[in-house]
Design a protein around this ligand. Structure first.
Ligand SMILES: Nc1ncnc2c1ncn2[C@@H]1O[C@H](COP(=O)(O)OP(=O)(O)OP(=O)(O)O)[C@@H](O)[C@H]1O
Length: 379
């Protein structure tokens, strides 16, 4: 665990960047520091590996005061990731990743072998090892930055806006892979972001800082969205927090059977199975997409379908189910099992009824439209 005990940082000139922060970042968990620009996030992070020394207070790493740990030994156990990877531009990717192992005195062969192993871990092809940072996209550089921080297998990782320099699609991919990786590695991570959505997605615990370096609230994402401590936090987490809180509500998604057709089926069959003009095309139990009867030719063709919506997984959060329903061209959200096999569809009104049931805490009957899972009709 990383423990901040009344930590204050006052810069020469008098700026109080961090003001009496007391915070526990639990072992094996992701603690996110979030807040507006200038609220002291980066300063807080850098005090953990003593790139910045606190003016007062203590930071403990597994009960040892970090001020008592020699800096090289402290930093050996702490990986540090910054925006865009912070790579050395004139060194190859494998040399970049091998930086810390080489500093630790590993033989070059072993350090480079570790670098290649880590390229795979972060999802980059081996041939990138000999390229230079300028020959990689922003997202790829970011992955290399993570690989570099992981090279000496440190138990602790500090990450400063690690996903902010890439476009939203790549950012989502990197976040998802980061969570998958953390699921395997279980590092103790402190991550800084100014983006509350990222904080809520990635954090096991979220610490909200306000300008002046004061801690406004520390809570799980769920608590933060449901019960912001004051107006500042409520404003910061945003007005649609009620909707975002659905990410944490796992309900009985009221799945309805959905008739399907397969590529090659006749147009008449497709018309007879369509509901409100839309029929779902599936093959081998997997949804391919929606087909409107106006688009039909002689037979159903896989080329003419539009998935046009997100998929929900049964047992997953209600937000995903609602999103699937609202984003589907038919108004029916496609629900699949963990292997991507079709279970049926869900309508927004049924998800909302389930949401309402959760909100009121009722454990009674499922809503009228929403009897739980029925077997989908297969063709
Ligand atoms: N070396 C320094 N000397 C003086 N003041 C500093 C120094 N570094 C940061 N500050 C000030 O301390 C405060 C906190 O800065 P810090 O970089 O920790 O904030 P931040 O929350 O990470 O901001 P951002 O999201 O904009 O990066 C700011 O007012 C900043 O101007």
């Amino acid at each position: 665990m990383i423990r901040f005990e009344k930590v204050t940082k006052r810069y020469p000139g008098g700026t109080i960047a961090v003001d009496e922060v007391t915070l526990d970042a639990p072992t094996g968990a992701i603690t996110v520091l979030v807040g507006p620009s200038g609220c002291g996030k980066t300063t807080s992070l850098r005090m953990v590996n003593r790139m910045i020394e606190p003016t007062s207070g203590r930071i403990l790493l597994d009960d040892t005061d970090t001020a008592r740990i020699p800096e090289p030994a402290l930093r050996r156990g702490i990986g540090y990731v910054i925006q865009q990877g912070g790579l050395f531009p004139h060194q190859s990717i494998e040399r970049n990743i091998a930086t810390v192992p080489l500093l630790l005195g590993w033989e070059k062969k072993r350090a480079y072998a570790r670098a290649r192993e880590l390229l795979e871990v972060v999802g980059l092809p081996a041939e990138m090892a000999t390229r230079y940072p300028g020959q990689l996209s922003g997202g790829q550089q970011q992955r290399v930055g993570v690989a570099r921080a992981l090279a000496a297998d440190p138990p602790v990782m500090l990450m400063d806006e690690p996903f902010s320099a890439v476009d939203p699609v790549v950012r989502t991919q990197l976040q998802d892979e980061f969570l998958r990786l953390q699921g395997e590695l279980g590092k103790t991570i402190i991550l800084v972001t100014h983006d509350i959505d990222e904080a809520v997605k990635l954090g096991d615990l979220v610490a909200v800082l306000r300008v002046g370096g004061r801690l406004a609230q520390v809570a799980t994402p769920e608590e933060l969205l449901a019960h912001p401590a004051d107006d500042f936090v409520a404003d910061f987490v945003g007005r649609d927090r009620g909707y975002r809180a659905l990410s944490f509500v796992e309900g009985e998604v009221p799945v309805q059977a959905e008739p399907t057709v397969a590529p090659g089926d006749g147009a008449d069959l497709a018309r007879s199975r369509a509901v409100d003009g839309w029929v779902l095309v599936a093959e081998d139990g997997r949804p391919l997409g929606w087909l409107h009867t106006d688009w039909l030719r002689a037979e159903v063709s896989a080329d003419r379908v539009a998935l046009g919506g997100t998929l929900a997984t049964q047992g997953g959060p209600l937000r995903a189910a609602l999103d699937a329903a609202l984003s589907s061209p038919s108004g029916r959200g496609v629900v699949v099992d963990g292997d991507g096999r079709l279970l049926g569809t869900v309508r927004a009104r049924d998800v909302l009824a389930e949401v309402e049931r959760h909100r009121t805490g009722s454990t009674g009957q499922a809503p009228a439209q929403g009897r739980p899972t029925q077997a989908p009709v297969q063709t």
